[in-house]
Write a protein that binds this ligand. Sequence first.
Ligand SMILES: [Cu+2]
Length: 379
Amino acid sequence: MVHDQLRQLWGRRKLLQASIGSIAGIIGAAMLEGNASSQAEPPAGGHSAAHGADAHGNSLLVGTVDHEANGFDPLQLLVDWDYGKVSQLPSGQTLREYEILAFDREIMIAPGISFPAWTYNGRVPGPTLRCTEGDRIRIHFVNAGSHPHTLHFHGFHMAEMDGIPNVGPGEIAVGSTFTYEFDAEPFGCHLYHCHAVPLKRHIHKGLYGAFIIDPKEGRPPAREFVMVMNAFDTNFDNENEIYAVNTVGHEYAKRPIPLITDELVRLYLINITEFDPVNSMHLHATFFDYYDHGTTLEPTLRTVDTIMQCQAQRGILEFRYRWPGHYMFHAHQTEFVELGWMGMFNVVEADDFPAALNAVGLDASWDEKSLKGSTVGNA
Ligand SMILES: [Cu+2]
């Protein structure tokens, strides 16, 4: 097959280093050549992409992604908490109601590389649902997509709320709705995703998101971010061509995330990468404490600088930077780095923070969201 020959000749990396126009042509040819039925989705489009270098000499995907057209900006995704519509049940329990709409949407995952995603609320990852332990969670799910989907939450709940095929409501048909309801427990860094079959296809297409349950007593004040490690198989060969956190390859390398020296940073890290069994996170020039699954108030690992997560595994990292400067973070699988999974923190003194925000198109509202993410004492 044309496809196999090309893979042998070039390999995945070289394919990406070529211009996207020609990749699109190659994939198109491969699809025409035979396996179009299962892979008949438009692959890539647009202008040229190649590897270049940033100011630090890192190899980066060249060009920019139009975040406005995409409908989401990865820097905003870091701090975009969805608290739901909040009210009180007669018992006094807090009720949080969320709306989740599944629909198909083309998104750009790297400059010039678009992906025919299946989304929750039009974005990948879906909304970061946040609540306090013990809250009643009610999710109004509408399937406006092209395939049956579900919402499967990690957490304690009854079988009929588990969002899997053939149990309770099972798969929610196209055009149908279902309301999932349960109490939020245990506290931690969790996730939700579609559990329709074939599972890996439904997850990989983009149907997943973070689900953060704050402990009732809260956690110490910190600058908080959510990072979902994900990847995309753009040519439907069951291997990923682009790796990222929060979807857009190398975005945080081009627009470094602003931090202030000595402040406590808390990172909710989730791995939802399909096709590769393990992903990882490595921080340069500092060490972090790690809370496996976020289900404890005491670290489960102390003073490490690398953590690996299997598919759907997650945890909380806490760290500080002592000195100003640009510090890299990335998967420690080198191939993932080259294919998009690498970012930078821009650590500055407090006085320089407004300028650091401004440099990447952020303002004080972003600062506030990152500092006041918790549902305890804030929202
Ligand atoms: Cu699905």
